[in-house]
Design a protein around this ligand. Sequence first.
Ligand code: ARG
Length: 431
Amino acid sequence: MKLWSKGFEPDKMIENFTVGRDRELDLQLARYDVEGSMAHIRMLESIGLLKREELDVLLEALADIAAVIERGEFTIEDGVEDVHSQVEFMLTARLGDIGKKIHSGRSRNDQVLVDLKLFMRDKLRDIASATGRLFDTLISLSDKHRDVLMPGYTHLQVAMPSSFGLWFGAYAESLADDMQMLLAAYNVANQNPLGSAAGYGSSFPLDREMTTRLLGFADLHYNVVAAQMSRGKTERAASMAIASIASTLGRLAMDVCMWMCQNFGFVTFPDELTTGSSIMPHKKNPDVFEIMRGKCNRLQSVPNEIALLTANLPLGYNRDLQLLKDIIFPAVSEIIECLDMATFMLPQMKVRADILDDPRYDYLFTVEEVNRLVLDGMPFREAYKKVGQEVQQGTYSPVKEVHHTHLGSISNPANDRISAKFHNILKNFEL
Ligand code: ARG
């Protein structure tokens, strides 16, 4: 059964190939499809294309469908192509000709566009709040472990003293940059495409500002062709933000795997948060952070997949666009899953407080020694040479104290300013 049925049924193989995963993925769009239809018919009534009584009957039927969706009982029947067809068939089955009226001045190209804008806007909000929860966790761990020193590395060689306070805070502030990308994606998503119909508008006097208001969009895609072209762009912007968060989280996961390795031994987790080996009885593995690292690395290829799918598409609607759903839907769930997992795991991480007592980290303090000599009046290059020679001759002995007080350093990590920066971006999502 097709909305576009003209007296013949397409070959089953063609149907399966073209419908793809829509019957399953479109379930996530169902509530937005109903929301879009409600706004559209209110607007149709306002321009005289529906009678008041028709509107009331349609709104009631759509509200019933919304309740079915809310209960998780909505399905797309075999032989029905997608969510837009399913909703229209349900309305027509119940209301007959009135149900058939809601498609005036619109097309499924229009419907899927508006559904996706509403869906992405919500999901970007979900990602923003999950990122916010991880951010707050990182900042409070940074405060808690502010004075616990750890080695800082460059080239993965022992470099200068660092701290768990700096480490947690660094990932928090990095998330603030990712939030800028997320906000950009949110602003792209928060525009109303409805009214572009098949992609070139309609001869009905559609009131597009009314649907923009009803759907709570911040702005419209004015040009109907641009509205169609925003399909793919919204997903691309979202995927870039997701990839940006994933790159932060993937690196954090790598650090944790490394710090858990016995050669470092900086952090541990309660046994029940680790995984074992089927042959080696002693193992407590960091599988959680390995899976997180793997997922986050894979998520960074999503913008590339979207770029390839949409590269050189001719303007207007093309069915290729349907495949965007297969790429972006799982990416959205996966980044939220990783963010939530990090928020769950990190507060349970035990950090070792005496790492720097180990003599292998003695050279972390050579710069401190050089700086001390500089403060006593020796030119920097001479002080550098003196300490370098002591190291060379094996006579260097560290004073294990740090005096880092400038903004953003060990004793002054500026977490309050980092928090203000992050929450200033977060508030734009109107959570
Ligand atoms: N399932 C389709 C999609 O996601 C809906 C739009 C179908 N439009 C069409 N002209 N075949 O793109």
